[in-house]
Unconditional design. Structure first.
Length: 393
């Protein structure tokens, strides 16, 4: 995706919000039809062709829908049809309801998505159906695209994202390998010994966020005070999200340029961040602790970092089985669950080797390929070796 800041006028912003509402309304109608179907019923839920015909009839009877763009509304049906296909294919989760203020956006594809003009060195504009020419800031080179998505985040900022496949970053050709251990205290530890952390809100920003959250809890629902407080919270969270995305882009680009092979743990982030709340009949345990861990995993961009690495270093990212990488000595290969003395300290009781625990795990991840990483040992992770306790002389 090639993403830019959108700069609509107040009149255009009103028209864009209407388009978002139309797309959301059509999506939710399609979801309602699909939700009424169950396995075993003779009739199948309507798919895109039938829903497109129903949309034409609905536009003829509904003045509000008719004022919007049929292209936007039909594309919402196409997106929903693809979401259902992905769900049954096992690659995505079940489609969910779209809510106002949270899911604000629509997509344009085909020839209409190519109506883009460069105004000058800093600005360009795009012809949005039923809205007109809308300017956006050229923060990077503009590439040819066959579709784009217009979105509005919770802080009120508009963006336009063109669907383009960026060229992969070539490796250095030196054969160097790096292992990456992702964590909560340290966002990413490299087998080279580097410890990388996602930039977060400053101390002052965190204090302001906490005060705003307290104010929100006391505000009356539906009041202007509550709305302004929610907007201020959204702006702070958007600032944190922007910093995390920028960090992911910079780190992934740097690693793709420095190393030929990048080894990461093969983790299922979606399952790891599931809620432990359970059900009324089978309530979960340590729910609050698990929620904090989930927030820590998401805040450190575990999934985003690997996703961008695989897009930039195509074919050069290897997923390694994470089993015992934090318990195994990268120097002698001994596996000992007591070797990790704390979150940051690792001391092998067999050979006496000491290191940062996250760096030791990163070296094991890199050594899972049996190739020497920069400054690391070539010892392979001992998956089946029994723990060897140190003996006194």
């Amino acid at each position: 995706m090639s993403r830019f800041r959108f700069a609509p006028t107040p009149e255009q912003e009103t028209a864009l919000l209407d388009q978002c509402a139309h797309a959301r309304y059509v999506w939710n109608l399609a979801l309602e039809q699909w939700s009424m179907w169950s396995v075993g019923r003779r009739s199948c839920p309507p798919r895109f062709v039938e829903q497109a015909r129903q949309l034409t009839e609905a536009r003829a009877d509904n003045d509000w829908l008719r004022t919007g763009s049929q292209t936007v509304q039909q594309q919402a049906l196409r997106d929903f049809d693809q979401a259902v296909t992905n769900f049954f294919g096992g690659t995505h989760q079940r489609p969910t309801w779209r809510k106002a203020g949270i899911h604000e956006g629509f997509r344009i594809v085909g020839s209409q998505a190519q109506r883009v003009e460069k105004v000058n060195r800093k600005w360009a504009r795009v012809l949005v159906p039923k809205v007109g020419w809308v300017k956006f800031r050229l923060s990077k080179p503009l590439a040819d695209a066959k579709s784009y998505r217009v979105t509005r985040d919770r802080s009120g900022r508009w963006h336009i994202a063109f669907a383009v496949i960026p060229d992969p970053i070539p490796g250095p050709g030196t054969g160097e390998v790096v292992g990456i251990d992702r964590g909560v205290t340290v966002s990413a530890a490299l087998s080279t010994g580097e410890l990388l952390n996602v930039p977060t809100l400053t101390v002052g920003e965190k204090t302001r966020l906490r005060k705003l959250q307290q104010r929100l809890a006391r505000a009356q629902k539906g009041s202007n005070r509550r709305g302004m407080t929610k907007a201020a919270i959204a702006r702070l969270k958007a600032r944190e999200t922007d910093r995390r995305k920028d960090w992911v882009e910079q780190i992934s680009t740097d690693l793709a340029r420095r190393f030929d092979v990048i080894c990461v743990e093969d983790l299922n982030i979606r399952n790891m961040t599931k809620s432990a709340r359970g059900t009324a009949n089978a309530p979960g345990k340590r729910v609050r602790q698990k929620s904090g861990l989930n927030r820590g995993i998401l805040a450190n961009g575990w999934g985003a970092l690997v996703e961008r690495l695989e897009q930039k270093a195509v074919g050069r990212v290897e997923r390694i089985n994470p089993a015992y990488t934090s318990q195994t000595c990268s120097h002698c290969g001994t596996r000992d669950r007591e070797a990790r003395e704390s979150q940051a300290a690792f001391r092998c009781r067999s050979c006496g080797y000491t290191a940062n625990a996250d760096v030791n795990a990163a070296v094991n991840i890199a050594a899972g390929r049996a190739v020497i990483a920069r400054g690391a040992t070539a010892a392979r992770v001992a998956e089946n070796r029994e723990p060897q306790l140190a003996t006194s002389a």
